[in-house]
Design a protein around this ligand. Structure first.
Ligand SMILES: Nc1nc2c(ncn2[C@@H]2O[C@H](COP(=O)(O)OP(=O)(O)OP(=O)(O)O)[C@@H](O)[C@H]2O)c(=O)[nH]1
Ligand SMILES: [Mg+2]
Length: 329
């Protein structure tokens, strides 16, 4: 490992925020430096309560996160916020907005706010998110809050990097109906109907409660539905209490390990797929055997299925091939 990376790791562990910022930039970019840094710091990770906050654009996620940071700080907890925008190809304006909104906290040395966007990291933003969380944990944050926009598949994947997922909705947006339809009710551990000052908040909450009764819960946790006005902080104490209750629930019922097992499985599958993809791209350029296979398909001497098998054999070796044959027929 390079001296520079080693230095970043050491300084991060010593509480240097600039080193933390550099470390996140390194893991965001992926590749060998990211791998080296994660290897160095992995032992120091795994201790924070990871809270995911997700919901459609403009429902008030950042406002809520800001208020949650205030609650956590009242208890002396060190808090990091990661704002992840899976759709944005670069760090843009929305994030600047978040910074401005959260500026009350930026002078607090025990608060750290960082945004991440999908800057072409091959494995997508979720792999980078996992590693960024590790950097924040190694630094010593007690609570890491991840804000993601939207309720599509990639956002859900990011939300599921969390121990506790808060789904934020607002009255009159039809979001609740949408959420119920798309089956995302199952990923929420806590439901917040934000903008409780707008008409229809209680009606939305009632509808969500009704649909939760019908939904299948994987555990005995019964997700609370909380009406809040994040802008004034009203109801945010209840949300924070629910977060802590959920944390206790996970710990007392051995659910935390179960959840983390699921996350590790997802992450490993994604990581192996990324490595395979990178290997494949490289091999398509450089391996003579694979180039020959390509030409043979073009010349109609070989069918694409057989060519794919050749490539798989080349990339993963014979073991994979025989397994595929035994399982696949
Ligand atoms: N009336 C009302 N407005 C609120 C409340 N909370 C947030 N807002 C407003 O809603 C708008 C969006 O808030 P944000 O916190 O930026 O929402 P967001 O979900 O983070 O938005 P994106 O990150 O862009 O998806 C802002 O104008 C807030 O001031 C609330 O409780 N009541
Ligand atoms: Mg936001």
């Amino acid at each position: 490992m390079s001296r520079v990376l080693e230095d970043i790791g050491k300084k991060l562990l010593a509480g240097d925020k600039r080193a933390l910022a550099r470390a996140i930039t390194v893991v965001e970019a992926g590749g060998k430096p990211a791998t080296a840094l994660v290897k160095e710091l992995f032992n120091h990770s795994g201790k924070a309560h990871i809270i995911g906050v997700t919901g459609s654009p403009g429902v008030g996620k950042s406002t809520l996160v800001d208020a949650l940071v205030t609650e956590a700080r009242k208890e002396g907890k060190k808090v990091a916020v990661l704002a992840v925008d899976p759709s944005s190809p670069f760090t843009g304006g929305a994030i600047l907005g978040d910074r401005i909104r959260m500026q009350d906290h930026t002078l607090d040395k025990d608060v750290y706010i960082r945004s991440m966007a999908n800057r072409g990291h091959a494995g997508g933003v979720s792999l980078a998110t996992y590693d960024a969380i590790r950097m924040l944990e190694a630094f010593g944050f007690d609570v890491v809050i991840i804000e993601t926009v939207g309720v599509g598949q990639s956002e859900l994947a990011i939300a599921q990097t969390a121990d506790t997922t808060i789904l934020v909705l607002m009255p009159g947006s039809g979001d609740d109906i949408q959420a119920i339809k798309s089956g995302i009710m199952e990923i929420g551990d806590i439901f917040v109907v934000n903008k409780g000052d707008l008409p229809g908040a209680n009606k939305s909450a009632t509808e969500i409660i009704a649909s939760l009764e019908l939904a299948h819960h994987p555990t005995s946790w019964c997700p609370p539905v909380i009406v809040a006005i994040s802008e004034t902080g009203e109801g945010v104490d209840k949300i924070w209490q629910a977060v802590k209750d959920h944390g206790s629930f996970l710990n007392e019922n051995d659910q935390l390990n179960e959840r983390r097992k699921g996350k590790v499985k997802t992450e490993l599958a994604e990581m192996v797929a990324e490595i395979a993809r990178t290997n494949l791209e490289h091999s398509l350029e450089s391996s003579d055997e694979i180039k020959d296979a390509l030409s043979s398909v073009v010349a109609r001497k070989l069918d694409p299925h057989s060519a794919a098998e050749t490539i798989i054999r080349k990339l993963f070796g014979a073991a994979m091939e025989s397994e595929r044959t035994t399982n696949g027929v």
